[in-house]
Structure formats: structure tokens, C-alpha cells
Write a protein that binds this ligand. Structure first.
Ligand code: NAD
Length: 481
């Protein structure tokens, strides 16, 4: 049975309660984990409070050195951790391994920033005295919590742990209920590298008890959530009364626009990766595809061919390209969105159903799906589709493409494919989203700030910008002695 990590130790829930984590490919129990309650939240927050002054006073070099030692330990167990991720989340092994390496790269990026946090010295008017000056200090904010979803458990944990620790804060991670196992392994290894007790902890359990308990605790000053827009709204409500600092990385319905002058081969591959990576369960997946009329028929034909070749299988199988969806509910939601589109006149050109055969019976598999003739008011065009189904639309020019792309409550990512870079850059300015890819697949870079607009969230993760959310900026005036 797995344990949680509290105050430097592996721990059970104080109540002794547990729950099972199951493999979405075959329904088998992957492991059993503690079911935390409010009393565990209290113990964890107290340990974080006690750890805060010492960690804030630890030199940036030492913070980075401990982190790097932990990252080496994680890297040395990369295969085992990736396999654990596949067993609990469902993603193919090569994607799990890619996620772990992305996590390591992102954490190394923050370790490198530890010694580069800068304040300022500002000259002041002489009215106060000739030698007076101002200082701008950057201080850690205090106890932080990071609430993480199940689609990228490790990278999205790292985007919170990295900046929090490097800025001198303790952080408590609450993984998704269904994906705590690889996270616990990694958090254990980072702690064994020498983090003081209470600096990095992990509580397993539900969002309604553990997540809300952490957000509502008066000693928690900073909340970072990655999750659905609905959960984001709830987190805002809970964090509001105490004016806690929040960042919200939420849902998306990213548009992708393909122009007639695009490199079709590369664009087709980009769309396939952009839509079907992680079985479509990505916040920044391509969820609406807009093709210019002139390129529509050719592009759709090539896209159908490539989509039909993708192998759906248990993520541990060689050549598996799409694993199962993460839960039964997740698959049902996609099925309902596809059925709604068909009812409104859409046609299915690929997939649109579960794969058949004994190997698929116990898992939540769904074939990669392409839909055309989808009306703009269909659920799949309006809501976030968190699975492997893509509606394709025809547009006559940039104006129509941009208007329809922006016609969404979401604003996370977007992408455009065109050899006319000035037109593509103009489009990037007009697209209402926090990130735009031009002639490239939707891959997140740790060096660039990431975060959405509209219902897709508030604030930024990644990049040096993320550090700002884990630091208070304080002014000091020094008068003449
Ligand atoms: P979710 O909102 O259901 O859960 C996310 C996390 O929040 C989990 O740990 C969950 O236990 C916790 N939680 C749930 N209710 C809570 C509450 N009332 N208080 C506190 N915590 C609570 O999301 P999910 O289904 O795990 O993930 C899928 C969603 O996440 C999709 O909408 C996806 O687009 C979004 N997402 C966004 C990004 C991004 O960077 N913008 C990245 C990945 C996923």
C-alpha cells in the first residue's frame, strides 16, 4: 500500500481510511492509498508553517543543490516511474517517459533560477535627505498548495513545486484522486535528497475534502490550481474571503487554423499530435480545426488516413499510440458530445465508437475520431472536448477563421499554419488565447510563460514569470543615518 508524505515521513491517513487507484486500461487495482481528512490537512499545514522560516533563510544555492540532487535520483528511476504513470493514468509508456523528462527539464529550469531572483535599489528625491534610497525586496509568500489534475500529474506538479521551493516557500501537493502514485514516488525521492521536513508534502484524497481543506486553511497563503473551469470557479470563491494569491490553469477549446499556403504534411502531423496526444486529454489540445476552403478536401483526406493508422492499445504495449481514456465518465462525456454533433447533422469520417475485441473490454478505450459538417452550436464546438474527437470546419478567409476561433468562452491556446509569417503574426495578436503556436505542434516550453484568458484561467505558470506568483514584492525606504 502506498503512503502519503507528511512532515518528512511516509504516513497513513490519521483515520486509517484508504481507497483504491485503478488502471484505466484493464480495471485492475494499481495500488491503495490513504484517504486524507481534515485532520491530515491540519497536520500538514502545521508542518509547512514550522518549516517556512528555515527554508526561507536557506541560501538559494543550497535550495538549488538539494533540488538537483533529488532530480538525479528521479532520473535514475525514470523507467519505473514512467511505468507507474502508465498504470495509473493510461497514457502510452513513451508519453509517460516524455512527461517525466519534461518534468525534470522544468525543475532544472527553476533550479537554475534560484540564484537569479533580483530585487532593486532605487534613488529617491533628496527631500528626504541626500543619501536616502528605496529598496525593492522579493520575499517568499508563505505556505503554498498545488492542486493537480490527472492528465499530466508530474509536469503539472513540477510547475508548482519548482517555483515555490526555489522562491523559499513550503508547498503541499494535492494530486488528483486517481493519479497519486508516480507523484508520491517523485515527492519521496525529492525529500530523500535533503529537503527539510515539511517543505514538500503530499496529501492524497478528494478535491472536496483535501483540496477545499487546504484552500480554506487560514495559514495557506497561495493556491495554484490546474483543473477544470468549474473547479477554478469554486477555488476563487474559497480563496476570495481571505484574499489568497491564486493562479488558475483551467480548461480550453483551442482552435487551429490552416491556410492554403501551409506545409500540409507538417500541419497534418501537427494536428494529429495536437489532438490525439494523451488520448486527447490535454488542456491545450487542438479541439476545433478551421480549414480554408481551398485546402479543405486535400487536408481532410490526409488527416483521415493518418488518424485511422493510430494504434489504440494498453499503454504498455509496443507501438501503442493512444491509451484508454482516464475514466468511464470521461469516455461517456466524449461519446455524448459526438452523438450530439451527429444528431445535429455532423458526419463521422474516422472513429466515432469504441474499438472492438477482448483486449479493449475492461478499459475505457475510444477510437480517434474526426467529424465534419458540425454546426457551431453543437456541444463539441461549444464545450471543452477532453478526449480524442476533433470537429473540422470550413472557412473562406482569415476574417471568418479568426471570428469563429474566438467564438468560445475559452482562451487557452491556439495555432495557425501559414508560410505568410506576417499574416500568421497578425492572427497571433488577434487570437484570444494565452499561447499561439505558428507552424508548430502544441508543445509547452518551460522557458515561456503559460496561462489562459477568459474561462481558461488567471495568472501564469512556466517561465521566470511563474516566480512572481510565489514572491511578495516589498518596498523599503532607507533614510539618512
Ligand atoms: P478537476 O477540476 O476535476 O480536478 C483538478 C484537481 O482539483 C484535482 O486534484 C481535484 O481533486 C481537485 N478538485 C476538484 N474539486 C475541487 C474543489 N472543490 N476544491 C479543491 N480542489 C478540487 O480537473 P480534472 O478532471 O482532474 O482535469 C481536467 C481539467 O483540467 C480539464 O478541464 C483540463 O482542460 C484542465 N487542465 C488545464 C490545464 C492548464 O494548464 N490550463 C492543464 C491540464 C488540465
Amino acid at each position: 500500500m502506498a503512503k502519503m508524505f507528511i512532515n518528512g515521513n511516509w504516513a497513513d491517513a490519521l483515520s486509517g481510511k484508504t481507497y483504491e487507484v485503478r488502471n484505466p486500461a484493464n480495471g485492475k487495482v494499481a495500488d491503495t492509498v490513504p484517504e486524507s481528512g481534515q485532520e491530515d490537512v491540519e497536520a500538514t499545514v502545521q508542518a509547512a508553517q514550522a518549516a517556512f522560516p528555515g527554508w526561507a533563510d536557506t541560501s538559494p544555492d543550497d535550495r538549488a543543490a538539494i533540488l538537483r540532487k533529488g532530480l538525479q535520483a528521479v532520473e535514475s528511476q525514470a523507467q519505473e516511474i514512467a511505468a507507474q504513470l502508465t498504470a495509473e493514468q493510461g497514457k502510452p509508456l513513451f508519453e509517460g517517459s516524455g512527461e517525466l523528462h519534461h518534468f525534470l527539464h522544468g525543475m532544472e529550469f527553476y533550479a537554475g533560477l534560484a540564484s537569479k531572483i533580483r530585487g532593486a535599489q532605487i534613488p529617491l528625491p533628496h527631500a528626504l535627505g541626500k543619501n536616502a534610497y528605496g529598496l525593492v525586496l522579493r520575499r517568499p509568500v508563505g505556505v503554498c498548495t498545488g492542486i493537480v489534475p490527472w492528465n499530466f500529474p508530474l509536469t503539472l506538479m513540477g510547475t508548482k513545486v519548482g517555483p515555490a521551493l526555489i522562491a523559499g516557500n513550503p508547498i503541499i501537493i494535492k494530486p488528483a484522486r486517481t493519479t497519486p502514485l508516480a507523484t508520491l514516488k517523485v515527492i519521496g525521492l525529492l525529500n530523500e535528497a535533503g529537503l527539510p521536513p515539511g517543505v514538500l508534502q503530499c496529501l492524497t484524497g478528494s478535491g472536496s475534502v483535501v483540496g477545499e481543506g487546504l484552500i480554506g486553511h487560514p495559514a495557506v497563503r497561495r493556491v495554484a490550481l490546474t483543473g477544470s473551469s468549474e473547479t477554478g470557479r469554486r477555488v476563487m470563491q474559497l480563496a476570495g474571503p481571505d484574499f489568497k494569491r491564486i493562479t488558475l490553469e483551467l480548461g480550453g477549446s483551442d482552435p487551429c487554423i490552416i491556410c492554403p499556403d501551409a506545409n500540409v504534411k507538417r500541419a497534418v502531423s501537427g494536428v494529429v499530435v495536437g489532438r490525439y496526444w494523451n488520448a486527447g486529454q490535454q488542456c491545450l489540445a487542438i479541439k476545433r480545426l478551421y480549414l480554408f476552403e481551398r485546402i479543405y478536401d486535400t487536408f481532410v483526406q490526409k488527416l483521415v488516413e493518418k488518424t485511422k493508422k493510430l494504434k489504440v492499445a494498453n499503454g504498455l504495449e509496443k507501438d501503442a499510440r493512444l491509451g484508454p481514456l482516464h475514466t468511464a465518465a470521461q469516455r461517456e462525456e466524449v461519446e455524448e458530445q459526438v452523438a450530439d454533433a451527429v444528431k445535429r447533422g455532423a458526419q463521422i469520417l474516422a472513429g466515432g465508437k469504441r474499438p472492438e475485441g477482448a483486449a479493449y473490454e475492461k478499459g475505457f478505450f475510444y477510437l480517434p475520431t474526426l467529424l465534419v459538417d458540425v454546426p457551431d452550436d453543437a456541444r463539441i464546438a461549444q464545450e471543452e472536448c477532453f478526449g480524442p474527437a476533433l470537429p473540422v470546419f470550413k472557412v473562406k478567409d482569415w476574417e471568418e477563421a479568426l471570428a469563429r476561433a474566438n467564438n468560445s468562452v475559452y482562451g487557452l491556446g491556439s495555432s495557425v499554419w501559414s508560410r505568410d509569417l506576417s499574416a500568421a503574426l497578425r492572427a497571433a495578436e488577434r487570437l484570444e488565447s494565452g499561447y499561439t503556436w505558428i507552424n508548430s505542434a502544441q508543445i509547452i516550453y518551460d522557458e515561456l510563460p503559460f496561462g489562459g484568458v477568459k474561462w481558461s484561467g488567471l495568472g501564469k505558470e512556466h517561465g521566470s514569470e511563474a516566480l512572481d506568483y510565489y514572491l511578495e514584492t516589498k518596498s523599503v525606504v532607507v533614510g539618512p543615518t
